[in-house]
Ligand binder design. Structure first.
Ligand code: 13P
Ligand code: ZN
Length: 282
């Protein structure tokens, strides 16, 4: 298959990952969304060079102001757009917006050529970006929301408890504590696309890059498309193992606390933070 190319290098990089998420079975129809905080100098240079006559769109008020994101550019999937179409119709699936007016509004600067607007979950994406930009000192830039089936299945099988879910996943594969030492934080079942779910998510995103929208999906923040994909892939794999174990009658044993501590020590240079929950792990 010929390599996918696009005038905007960030679209060229993210679109194949978005399509891959559909191939993984994580993003049926318009399910899920992605937003990427782009480096301002690079994206403004690309837009100036490639789209010098782009029309000025009006500012659209945000439901929750995000002053720390003022001026930032985001590549965002459009509401109602299909991940499956990312390579065939990138200019419809994606758009670029800039946060303006001291973080109280956004303005479209490219994309959404068939009309439309950023994902209905944009409020949570922005609150997630504001928090994770601060907590990670600017390292994290991309947020991916997927309807990953094994992960969702667990929210029907295990308590809606961050520690219980995190320990269950850590105990299934040695990589888990290394790849997500911050654990998975659980948000209760709430109406998608609302300020309520954004506010509840904000509390948990202070503590972890990964949250569970119970009975709905995963919401994860990382540095770039490759890394956020790898993070979700690992969590979904561990979820599948855990679900299989539960289906077979429940675990007879798990990776024990001593080995988890050894893993965290041995790979300490790779951890994004001190492991959560480990000290009080039973
Ligand atoms: P959007 O099509 O608005 O991105 O919504 C999809 C979704 O998964 C809502 O949680
Ligand atoms: Zn969703």
């Amino acid at each position: 298959m010929p390599r996918f190319t696009h005038a905007i290098s960030f679209v060229e990089e993210v679109a194949p990952f978005v399509r891959l998420c559909w191939e993984m079975g994580w993003n049926e129809a318009n399910g899920g969304n992605v937003s990427w905080r782009l480096p301002t100098d690079e994206i403004t240079a690309i837009l100036r060079r490639r789209f010098p006559n782009a029309r000025q769109h009006p500012a659209v008020p945000l439901p929750q102001p995000q002053p720390t994101l003022d001026g930032e550019y985001f590549l965002v999937t459009g509401s109602g757009q299909f991940f499956r179409h990312a390579l065939d119709h990138p200019d419809e699936v994606f758009g670029i917006v800039q946060i303006v007016d001291n973080g109280t509004a956004y303005r479209r600067v490219w994309g959404y050529v068939m009309g439309g607007s950023p994902t209905s979950e944009f409020a949570t994406h922005l609150v997630g970006h504001a928090i994770r930009k601060r907590v990670s000192n600017g390292r994290e830039r991309i947020v991916l929301h997927c309807h990953a089936p094994e992960f969702i299945a667990l929210s029907f099988l295990v308590p809606l408890d961050s520690r219980a879910l995190t320990m269950a996943l850590w105990q299934k594969m040695p990589e888990c504590i290394v790849i997500f030492p911050d654990g998975v934080r659980v948000v209760p079942p709430l109406l998608p696309g609302t300020v309520t779910i954004a506010e509840a998510s904000a509390v948990e995103l202070e503590k972890s890059r990964i949250i569970s929208w119970s009975h709905h999906g995963i919401f994860a923040s990382e540095e770039n498309p490759e890394r956020v994909f790898a993070l979700v892939e690992t969590i979904e794999k561990a979820s599948a193992i855990h679900r299989k174990v539960l289906s077979a009658g429940g675990p007879q044993r798990g990776i024990g606390q001593d080995l988890l501590i050894e893993l965290a020590d041995h790979f300490s240079a790779m951890l994004v933070c001190e492991p959560a929950f480990l000290k009080d792990a039973g």
